[in-house]
Every structure is written in C-alpha cells, then in structure tokens.
Design a protein around this ligand. Structure first.
Ligand code: DGY
Length: 320
C-alpha cells in the first residue's frame, strides 16, 4: 500500500523530517520558503495531509479551494488561531495541534520577558554592544526587582501554570484570572479574581497567557491599563492580538505600564515600529517555543496525530 502524502510547509528539525520521510511520502520544504496561498494550494494537490505552522493561514477561502485529497491538517503549533475551525469542519478536514510539549519553553521566555523588562536588559545590552557604556554609578541602569512581587496571570492554562511555578521560584505571589477556577493552583497559594478589572490593581507584573479568541482580542486596552498600579510591568508571550497596540504604546510613553516585555505582536513580523523606539520595551521575535528539544517534541506530537489518523484512530490532539 502506498504511503500517505504529507505536505510540510516549513523546514522542520532533522529528526522530525527523518521520521516523516520514513513513515510517509513527505513533501518537505528544505529552503524554508514561506508559501503564498496559491503556491500552498498547488503543492497540496494529491496530498493526504498538511503539516503547517502558524505562519500559514487556513481561512474559509482556502478550505473551499483545498484539494479534496487533504483530510487532515496536523499543525506544528499549539495555537490554531490561524485555522478557521468552522470552515475546516464544513470541509470535513480534521485539525490537530501540539499542546503540552511547549509549555516549559514558553514559560522560560515569559520569565525572560519579566526579568528583561524589569531589569532593562535591552537597554543594557545595547550600551555594551554599541560601546556607549561609559560609567558605573549607584544611579546607573536602576530597574525593578522581581523577587517577591505580585504576578497576575491572565489565562492559567498549560503555559500559565508553568509560569506560576517558575515565578514562585522567585518568591512571587501568584494572582490569576481565568474562565475556570484552578483548585490545585489555589492550594499552592494562587489567588483567583473573577474579573481582570478586580485583579489589575494588584499586579506589579502582568503576564498574558490567554489564547487568541474573539473574547480576548484587544483585552489589554486603555481602560484596563489605567487600573494597573504605578510601576507595573506587562509581558506577553501568548498572541499579539491580546494587546491593543495604541493603548499599550500610549501607556508606555506615559509610564504606565512602566515597561513591557513582548515576544508576540499584531501583524508579525511587521510590528508597530513605535515599540522599537521606546526605551522601556524588551522585545523578542516570537521565540517562545524555539528550543531544539521543544521543536523536536512539537514535530513528534504532530506526527503522533498523523499516525493515529492514518491508522484509523482518533488523533489525541484533535481540535476540530
Ligand atoms: C504555537 O505553537 O502556537 C507557537 O506560537 C508557535 O507557533
């Protein structure tokens, strides 16, 4: 029997590509070129499955034009906001994601954003790299201490829980707002707030860890920013859509929040250029899951989903 044909849209780790090529007829992308819509559709002709990343958008139009041979889209990502799941269901295409395996790596980046923004890492590195570091004095590069501060987490899910664990290592007190109460976290001391509005005045640090949903788009807006205490620091390693850029940029210019650490943005990679001009931002290029271990694990998880599907079982991470 011939092997299922899998269209892979980006270059994947070599161990993942090796397993793919051993078990399937893999159409790889060694150049890591970003396929435009028409090119993607052309390459998908005759494929049984697609293994994309969040860099490709599967909207209603693409599902209408997708070759009928494609039965499953096994995402190499936990987020699947780049896929219109209603359109996928209508087209009879199964959608899977890769949860759990990237929580540790992403939580590391959240901690880096917290510390980087608080301790002015971007500014400091710039001084050293540009040979503009001239002196030391007690007033030089004074930032905000992280230890024993309060951290409000919006979205205490898989990543949020690891963030809480790591932050407790810094003696931080965890506050959270989520659609669901998390009893285990509350036993560890996390304090629940039914609304963001109730929680924000208590957040010396705020981490956004919610998914991109119609209800979360622009959740960090001017009204909510105004509720933060003086000196508060905001970080986001979830999705850029959670932030109202106008409001955050205006807030950063006015000193509330005092600083922001961002790994994700609206319109990546063409981010709002004003973020780059602000001295109180610490900016990374969407690298939450970018460790060798995690990228392997994401690929293997996506392959597990394909293996289940093509052996007639329900994929473990089916989301549509
Ligand atoms: C994810 O898996 O959702 C990361 O943001 C990378 O796509």
């Amino acid at each position: 029997m011939s092997k299922p044909v899998i269209l892979v849209t980006r270059k994947l780790p070599s161990a993942v590509e090796a397993r793919l090529s051993a078990d399937y007829e893999a159409l790889l992308n060694p150049q890591d070129a970003l396929y435009e819509r028409d090119e993607l559709l052309k390459r998908a002709e005759g494929a049984d499955a697609i293994m994309p990343c969040h860099t490709e958008h599967f909207d209603a139009d693409i599902f209408e034009r997708l070759p009928k041979s494609v039965k499953i889209i096994a995402n190499f990502s936990v987020g699947y906001d780049h896929v219109d799941t209603d359109a996928a269901k209508k087209a009879g295409v199964v959608i899977t994601n890769t949860p759990d395996v990237l929580s540790d790596a992403t939580a590391e980046i959240v901690m880096l954003l917290i510390i980087g923004a608080a301790r002015r890492a971007g500014e400091g590195e710039h001084l050293v790299r540009t040979a503009t570091w001239k002196d030391w004095s007690p007033a030089f590069m004074v930032g905000t201490q992280v230890t024993e501060k309060t951290l409000g987490i919006v979205g205490l899910g898989r990543v949020g829980k690891v963030v809480a664990e790591r932050a407790r290592g810094f003696g931080m007190k965890i506050l959270y707002h989520d659609a669901f109460r998390q009893e285990e976290e509350e036993k560890k001391g996390a304090v629940y707030f039914e609304t963001m509005e109730d929680m924000l005045p208590h957040c010396q640090f705020l981490s956004l860890n919610a998914p991109n949903l119609p209800s979360t788009v622009g959740m960090l807006n001017a009204a909510r920013i105004s509720l933060l205490p003086e000196g508060a620091i905001v970080v986001n390693a979830a999705r850029g859509t959670l932030v109202d850029d106008e409001a955050l940029i205006a807030g950063l210019k006015a000193g509330k929040p005092a600083a922001a650490g961002l790994d994700v943005y609206n319109n990546e990679p063409g981010i709002d250029p004003r973020y780059k001009e602000l001295p109180n931002t610490f900016l990374l290029p969407h690298i939450g899951s970018a460790t060798a271990e995690t990228r392997d694990a994401m690929g293997f998880r996506a392959l597990d989903n394909l293996d289940a599907f093509f052996s007639g079982k329900e994929p473990g991470d089916r989301v549509a």
